[in-house]
Write a protein that binds this ligand. Structure first.
Ligand SMILES: [Zn+2]
Length: 142
């Protein structure tokens, strides 16, 4: 009976070694999208760390609120503690999916992937200006 020998090519060995390096060590830093702390109280959804999420993303909390209000089609308010209160019950998964979507569209530069960008409303559109590569992207405003 022949002995079974597993042979790896050089490339396969490299791949295996590479896959063991934590992703963070490769190339540029990966930006961790902040996670919302979601609380359901009665018929309301409270995002407790809302203002600090907006701060991390370098976006106006009012703009981020408008995004939620538009996407979920419910009224919202920001209270004195910086929490966003939405009328209606939405799971943490829904809220965090919306934050991820917001970040991918209105924060991350599509040209270079930097998160250091500014968003300006010009007439009916948004201009996403990248501070890293200088690219300007026109987006539909909300
Ligand atoms: Zn860029």
């Amino acid at each position: 009976m022949a002995k079974k020998v597993i042979e790896y090519s050089y490339e396969e060995l490299l791949d295996r070694a590479y896959s063991r390096i934590p992703k963070k060590a490769i190339g540029k830093e990966t930006f961790e999208i902040p996670r919302a702390e979601v609380l359901l109280v009665g018929g309301k959804t409270i995002i407790r760390n809302f203002t600090s999420i907006a701060d991390i993303l370098n976006r106006d909390p009012k703009l981020l609120m408008r995004y939620f209000v538009k996407e979920l089609a419910v009224p919202g308010t920001i209270d004195e503690s910086g929490a966003l209160i939405l009328q209606g019950r939405f799971s943490s998964t829904i809220i965090n999916t919306l934050i991820n979507r917001f970040v991918k569209t209105y924060v991350i530069c599509p040209t270079c992937g930097s998160r250091f960008t500014v968003l300006e409303k010009i007439g009916k559109v948004f201009k996403l200006k990248c501070l890293a590569c200088g690219a300007e992207t026109t987006l539909k405003a909300f």
